[in-house]
Design a protein around this ligand. Structure first.
Ligand code: OSB
Ligand code: MG
Length: 391
């Protein structure tokens, strides 16, 4: 890729408040406030790259939070990335590899370098990844609701809008009844799956086995967030494929899980696995082992979603993605125009180089609650008053 070094003249980090329309309710609890972290790079020729590090505000999905992500990027990840021998995202990912864990932080920085590289080379992100699909089948991930009627109503709306798959969030006490109600109302033709977000234990095998009767595509992360071994024990007792989300935070986690049959389906989120490079490696592993896979979501803004869409253009992403557009989640998006779901349930893969969408600088500036810029030469952190946030 980059044969010669392009100097980054500006690197900044923004914590941005996103206006969530309603509380997202899952097996790990409620998400009512959503701040995301953005990385912005500008090189000496004026090319820019945006990346998103979409950890949640709280440490109840995984250990990283918006705050830890912001700090690790500002204090460590950006400095290592800027010392990389080249700005090729693979080199950048390697340069950040001394950082243990903190996958969202590393992924956000790496994503900005991918977008920058794409802009410089004038090639869409999807083509840099080697992806060929021009559109991505999408599904919705439905929050746990107060009543079954509410869920039925929302499923009806999404199916009418064309969404190609429904994922119901479940937890003990909100599982078999909601799945049965959706199957009884909409029939067996609907692609349906559930996501427990680590809210069951091996003592709940009977409740989970009861779900085998509903022809689900998968049961996502039934057991503890890091319980790969337990998942293998459970998979032996279930017909429905287990899909791992939380428990796979690297290529080696994915390999370990597949080696012991802890899952037969994988949800790939670039933030969770440490970046797009790791996502591509997990993709290749799943293709080699013929494991169905799909791209999950972290309620990203259009900035993070655009990289996810490019990733989904690869052939191994053979099940619908969690890709509800901003119109479902937020009052508005950080990109404009943003994407919507086409009537047949697809979203187009961006074709323009860079992010493939135009960011709206004034929305980012207005919603930035924490900001830091790195000195381009010394990499010293220059935390500035928010009054000076400017793009
Ligand atoms: O478990 O897949 C999950 C959102 C935040 C954290 C974890 C998860 C989710 C979702 C939402 O299910 C998917 C989306 O981004 O649309
Ligand atoms: Mg999940």
């Amino acid at each position: 890729m980059a044969e010669f070094e392009h100097r980054i003249v500006r690197a900044s980090v923004h914590e941005v408040a996103l206006p969530l329309l309603k509380t997202f309710v899952t097996g790990f609890g409620n998400t009512s406030s959503r701040h995301t972290v953005l990385v912005h790079l500008v090189d000496e020729e004026g090319f820019e790259g945006w990346g998103e590090a979409p950890a949640l505000d709280h440490p109840f999905y995984l250990s990283e939070t918006t705050s830890t992500t912001f700090s690790v990027i500002v204090e460590y990840a950006l400095d290592l990335a800027l010392r990389s021998p080249s700005s090729d995202p693979r080199d950048v990912a390697h340069a950040m590899s001394p950082i243990r864990g903190n996958t969202f932080a590393r992924a956000g920085v790496e994503a900005a370098f991918w977008a920058l590289t794409s802009a410089r080379e004038g090639r869409p992100l999807a083509s840099l990844f080697g992806g060929t699909a021009t559109r991505v089948a999408v599904g919705e991930s439905l929050s746990i609701a107060d009543t079954l009627d509410e869920t039925i109503e929302e499923v009806a709306l999404r199916l009418e809008e064309g969404y190609r798959r429904i994922k119901l969030k479940i937890r003990p006490g909100w599982d078999i009844e909601v799945v049965r109600a959706v199957r009884e109302t909409f029939g067996d033709g609907v692609l349906l799956q559930v996501d427990a977000n680590a809210s069951y234990t091996l003592d709940d095998v009977e409740a989970l086995r009861a779900l085998d009767n509903f022809g689900l595509l998968c049961i996502e992360q039934p057991l503890g967030f890091d319980d790969i071994e337990g998942s293998a024990v459970l998979q032996r007792q279930l017909q429905t494929p287990i899909c791992l989300d939380e428990a796979i935070r690297s290529l080696s986690d994915a390999r370990r899980a597949l080696d012991i049959d802890a899952c037969r389906n994988i949800n790939v989120k670039p933030g969770r696995v440490g970046g797009l490079v790791a996502s591509l490696e997990i993709h290749d592993l799943c293709v080699e082992r013929e494991i169905p896979m799909w791209c999950g979501g972290m309620l990203e803004s259009g900035i993070g979603r655009s990289a996810n869409l490019a990733l989904c253009s690869l052939p191994g992403f053979n099940q619908p993605a969690d890709m509800s557009p901003a119109s479902v989640l937020y009052a508005d998006d950080l990109v404009d125009p943003t994407f919507e779901v086409e009537p047949e349930g697809y979203v187009a893969v961006p074709t323009a180089p860079g992010l493939g969408f135009n960011v709206v600088p004034h929305r980012i500036v207005e919603r930035t609650v924490r900001f830091a810029a790195l000195d381009a030469v010394t990499h010293d952190i220059r935390e500035r008053s928010l009054e000076y946030v400017d793009l």
